[in-house]
Design a protein around this ligand. Structure first.
Ligand code: ADP
Ligand code: MG
Length: 330
């Protein structure tokens, strides 16, 4: 996929975002590193509670403080550390450099304004277009994201549209500001499977046409697989594996990734691998397990795993895994 020659748009280094509740510290994100290249889709996958949303909210500097705090790390966006950006500077970033698409667009759309107006607003504010032109551009955007009879739909309020159409509105609004990076957090998770595929294909098509860059977060490996070039696997606030999509699916090197993969049906799996079934739930991030955080659920865990936390190590061609036995596992 050749992403190694491309410009890095976003670089997250040793990000730690914790929540403080009385004497307890919830280590929601605890030392996360990754980068996103221009024009690619980087997927982030992991069970619920692994720290995916807190990672994206940290990038947007939308962590409520207190109880949350980014306690360490850097978030370099086009070479600038967002963690030293002013609140006003961040507002500008969020307004026109980094857009977010959420799971339920009802929460980010204003219920009492027409969807056309809400998209037109972006054109008025960011491109300083006069009212009428902004409205026309909004209607064009609705057409672009596949809303039928956009002139008519533009005048409707969010609740008059279906979930799939509302998500298309969310995408239209995110695109209207011509962002450099679009963060999709569970963007299709609330949609029916057939509508999911349509919205994912729309995102792909728009990416091709406009050279968009996505950070695409989902608990659903099937969804992440459909859209991503590279994939990061998170577990309990840490990155456990990162690889090109093909490499991750053909040759997962972390037992957690193997377990996630063996849980999805694969009719034409070539090598019949032994299924790893995950025991129990994700442990609490308040007192995460010692050593490798996955050891309590890992069928391969040894004393070394219980004692020492493995670093991400390189396994060649951009494939990295944080497992003491990554070289031996294939
Ligand atoms: P997910 O991977 O499902 O998106 P999150 O990033 O939302 O996971 O959450 C990661 C961890 O942070 C979870 O254990 C969650 O309970 C905790 N967390 C998230 N928000 C808060 C908060 N406001 N206060 C305390 N803990 C939080
Ligand atoms: Mg989440």
């Amino acid at each position: 996929m050749g992403t190694e020659h491309k410009e890095t748009i976003l670089e997250v280094k040793n990000l730690k975002t914790h929540f403080f509740s009385g004497k307890k510290v919830i280590k929601a994100v605890d030392g996360v590193d990754f980068d996103v290249k221009r024009g690619e889709t980087l997927g982030i996958v992991g069970e619920s509670g692994s720290g995916k949303s807190i990672t994206s909210l940290s990038i947007m500097r939308l962590i409520a403080e207190p109880p949350g705090k980014i306690v360490d790390g850097e978030i370099n966006f086009k070479g600038k550390n967002l963690l030293s950006e002013t609140e006003e500077g961040m507002r500008q970033m969020r307004g026109n450099k980094i857009s977010m698409i959420f799971q339920e667009p009802m929460t980010s759309l204003n219920p009492v304004y027409s969807v056309g107006e809400q998209i037109a607003e972006a054109f008025r504010i960011h491109q300083k277009l006069p009212k009428k032109e902004a409205w026309q551009k909004a209607v064009e955007m609705l057409r672009l994201v596949g809303i039928p009879s956009p002139e008519k739909r533009a005048k409707q309020e969010p609740h008059e549209l279906s979930g799939g159409q509302r998500q298309r509105i969310g995408i239209a609004r995110a695109l209207a500001v011509e962002p450099k990076l679009i963060i999709c957090d569970e963007a299709v998770s609330a949609l029916d499977v057939s509508v999911q595929a349509q919205v994912l294909n729309l995102l792909k098509k728009l990416q091709k046409e406009y050279g968009l860059t996505y950070l695409f977060i989902s608990h659903d490996l099937g969804v992440v697989r459909h859209i991503s070039d590279r994939i990061i696997v998170m577990y309990l606030g840490k990155v456990v594996e990162i690889a090109e999509k093909k490499s991750l699916f053909d040759n997962p090197r972390h037992p957690y990734t193997q377990a996630l993969l063996s849980a999805i049906p694969e009719p034409n799996r070539k090598k019949k691998k032994e299924r790893i079934i995950l025991k129990g739930d994700v442990p609490s991030p308040i007192d995460p397990p010692s050593g490798c955080r996955f050891h309590t659920r890992c069928p391969l865990a040894t004393d070394l795993c219980r004692q020492s936390d493995p670093e991400l190590k390189s396994l060649g061609e951009g494939h990295q895994a944080a497992c003491h036995y990554a070289e031996a596992i294939s």
